[in-house]
Design a binder for this molecule. Structure first.
Ligand code: ZN
Length: 409
């Protein structure tokens, strides 16, 4: 066995540095639509990741089409992505990525880090996924310090739009999937520390209903009440997946209308759909299109659907299982007993896997309360998970792990 210990143990000396990086990054609001905040954080990341070497560039993303308060499509500005590529021509190349946006927008009350208890760091995005940024950086630093680094190439993508479905960075992810043999993403581990096996697919949609305004008292027959029709749509939305037990739908937002004595001419809602298989996605998508078509045919109404399934399901296929087994073995060597489980959450791993890149996407920190004001990470998981990924990378680079050579149980 090669001597990896010195390189893996070096990570322990980085503990304080890792904690302060996460605190430093979490202090900058990087809600997905806060472009000013995203740019400020990107400047920090550029400084902090520069030491890895490689070709670094920030990439302007296309805008995202969203529906404005008048029900019209409009373009929303996104932050920039950061790409770093090292040893591009190496025969074996690993893709590593994580997002730097969070679900906490600039006006959200949760903006500061605190220490709710010994060993915990609470703050917006500390687990999802600024802790993962520190894990990725530190694991790669350990690889770069080792004599085996020259044997593998790597490519990093840090994106600003994962929490809104990666509308601007999906194409960058898809093209990276074609150039690399293995994908590692640093989304948080599941509660308790397990890795993610399979992930469900996810789609975000907006429905815009337009009717006709009219005075509710004087000429009630003339109005076409957009809220009434949207209410009917939502009730019937729940009927679209009877017989599809793996499909779930969540209406997350609704808006429209004004004074109670006016039939409203505009109403909108946003909803999310989760599926486990392509077949369910197709069946549900067909049912949805039929319902929209029927309601759109109602006299005096127009009903429009925007959005799509940006993230296909990520099944636990044979190669992903191999990768998880390799990683679990690395875990054993550093005293970690790792399991993997399915997750209802979807992410960029879904996009990479759909392009054929075998991806393990939950190599970030252990934490709890993700997407809530109680989000925290377990501080000791920073070095723990960096050691895990570092050992895996070192073994890939040294040739001890021969990728695609079957792991025997
Ligand atoms: Zn995330």
């Amino acid at each position: 066995m090669k001597d990896y210990a010195a390189h893996v143990d070096w990570i322990e000396s980085r503990h304080d540095q890792m904690v302060s990086l996460v605190e430093h990054w979490a202090a900058v609001n990087s809600g997905s639509y806060n472009v000013t905040g995203l740019n400020a954080l990107l400047d920090l990341l550029i400084d902090d990741f520069r030491a890895l070497g490689g070709e670094m560039r920030s990439i302007t993303l296309p805008t995202q089409t969203v529906v404005d308060s008048r029900g019209e499509p409009t373009e929303a500005q996104l932050g920039k992505a950061l790409s770093i590529v090292k040893r591009r021509s190496a025969p074996f190349k690993v893709f590593l990525g994580i997002h730097y946006d969070t679900v906490f927008q600039a006006d959200h009350p949760f903006q500061e880090c605190s220490r709710p208890a010994e060993g915990r760091l609470r703050g917006p995005g500390v687990a999802d996924a600024k802790g993962g940024l520190a894990v990725m950086l530190t694991a790669l630093s350990a690889l770069e310090r080792s004599p085996w680094a020259a044997n593998i190439g790597w490519e990093i993508l840090i994106n600003p739009d994962e929490e809104i479905g990666s509308p601007g960075s999906a194409d960058l992810l898809r093209s990276a999937a074609k150039r690399n043999q293995l994908g590692l993403l640093f989304e948080p581990a599941l509660p308790g520390g397990a890795l993610v096996g399979s992930r469900r697919g996810s789609g975000n949609f907006t429905v815009v209903v337009r009717g006709k305004a009219a005075h509710a008292g004087r000429n009630p027959g003339e109005g076409r009440n957009a809220i009434h029709l949207l209410a009917e749509f939502i009730v019937r939305l729940n009927e679209l997946y009877t017989g599809l037990p793996e499909v779930t739908v969540n209406v997350g937002w609704i808006g429209g209308g004004g004074p109670a004595n006016v039939a409203p001419d505009l109403c909108r809602c946003r909803f999310n759909v989760r599926v486990t298989s392509e077949a369910d996605r197709e069946t549900f998508g067909g049912n949805l299109a039929a319902l929209i078509g029927e309601l759109n045919g109602r006299d005096g109404f127009s009903v429009r659907l925007l959005g799509d399934f940006a993230r296909p399901p990520k099944p636990l296929d044979d190669l992903t299982l191999q990768a998880l087994k390799h990683i679990a073995r690395c875990g054993e060597e550093i005293g970690l007993s790792l399991q993997w489980r399915p997750s209802g959450g979807a992410g960029d791993g879904n996009i990479l896997a759909a392009e054929g890149l075998t991806t393990v996407d939950s190599l970030g920190v252990r934490g709890e309360g993700i997407h809530t004001s109680e989000e925290y990470l377990f501080v000791d998981s920073l070095t723990e998970r960096a050691r895990l990924t570092a050992l895996f990378l070192l073994k890939l680079a040294s040739g001890e792990i021969r990728w695609l050579e079957k792991v025997t149980d």
